[in-house]
Design a binder for this molecule. Structure first.
Ligand code: DP6
Length: 331
């Protein structure tokens, strides 16, 4: 089995370091339209299937990284210094261990999220993507987007998709060391596309995605159906994007999200993220669609729904979902 440290060595083999005073980077958050749920390698975050997301432009993470002077890493999140034993600081330091030139080298990391914390968009994808870029910047490695995607994946799988704007496809790959498992931008532009976050509950989720997907792979009797389903959905979604067929995009994304939540429900013990408010929001979206409003939804490992609609319907959507946070992924 290849370790994350070996992957870093492979990526950096023969690469000159040109250390800088600081590394600074921004990465957008992303929302999957065809989901990643399940790993073939836990240490390297290698997925069982491919996935396809849309990046959220101005919603994301900015990271500044420099060599520190303290006894351990100094880690700030949104201007607040975190205790070393906080889960964020521990996860960030464990990731930085992969790149630490010597055990006494400490980092000073300042992360700022432009994803409103309560908006229900995950910030770990943008956080690890920005961190991978900032590390590469600090040491002056001059890495390609593909290499950065591989390094970001070692922090969090979905971070592999946060190196680019627009539609991004993460190919599962088959290599044991994951060197063929990275994400790339699709050519397409879709300026009229809108994503709306409807926040129903901002509490921490009961089961994190990492533990949840592990449990689904191990116990869900339908999990073996999932790779075939994802392959079909990826093909349908790419065709919808190529044709700019919004109804086909919405249908595919919503059905894929519901299939993932069905897998979760068939996991033992079951994982159900939906709250009564989530089910009410789904019913409302279906009723609006029945009345002719082209709106679909997707959901990740949590109770909040993300609406998919087009710019022409933004006023109606804002009227029906007061407080919705609207993002224009193509600016
Ligand atoms: C439901 O990328 O957070 O959002 O690789 O363990 O860090 P790790 O998991 P993570 O899982 C994301 C799961 C998802 C679907 C998706 O984003 O594709």
């Amino acid at each position: 089995m290849t370790s994350a440290r070996q992957v870093v060595q492979t990526v950096l083999a023969g690469r000159e370091s040109n250390p800088q005073k600081a590394g600074s980077a921004y990465a957008p958050a992303n929302i999957a339209l065809v989901k990643y749920w399940g790993k073939r390698d836990e240490a390297l975050n290698l997925p069982v299937t491919g996935s396809l997301s849309i990046s959220l432009g101005p919603l994301g993470s900015r990271v500044e990284l420099a060599r520190g002077t303290g006894a351990g890493d100094g880690i700030w999140l949104n201007e607040e210094k975190l205790p070393g034993d906080s889960s964020f600081a521990q996860r960030a330091s464990a990731y930085l261990d992969l790149f630490r030139p010597s055990p006494d080298f400490v980092f000073e990391l300042r992360a700022r999220n432009t994803v409103p914390t309560a908006a229900g968009f995950a910030s770990s994808a943008s956080g690890f993507a920005a961190l991978a870029k900032a590390v590469a910047g600090l040491f002056g490695w001059g890495l390609s987007t593909r290499e950065l995607s591989i390094l970001a994946r070692l922090g969090s799988g979905s971070a592999a998709r946060s190196l680019e704007e627009g539609f991004v496809e993460w190919r599962a790959g088959t290599a044991a060391d994951g060197m063929d498992s990275f994400a790339e931008r699709l050519e397409a532009e879709w300026p009229e596309l809108r994503v709306g976050a409807v926040v129903l509950c901002a509490d921490e989720k009961p089961v994190g995605s990492r533990a949840g997907m592990r449990r689904s792979v191990a116990t869900c009797e339908f999990y073996r159906e999932w790779p075939g389903r994802v392959a079909k959905d990826l093909a349908a979604l790419k065709a919808a994007i190529a044709k700019k067929d919004f109804a086909a995009l919405g249908e595919t994304a919503e059905a894929n999200a519901l299939a993932m939540h069905a897998l979760m429900a068939a996991t033992r013990p079951p994982i159900v993220y939906a709250l009564p408010e989530t089910v009410a929001a789904m019913r409302k979206i279906w009723a609006l669609r029945q009345d002719g409003l082209p709106v679909w939804f997707t959901m990740d490992a949590g109770p909040n729904v993300k609406l998919l609609f087009e710019a022409k319907d933004e006023a109606t959507i804002r009227d029906r979902f007061p407080g919705v946070e609207v993002v224009a992924p193509f600016g």
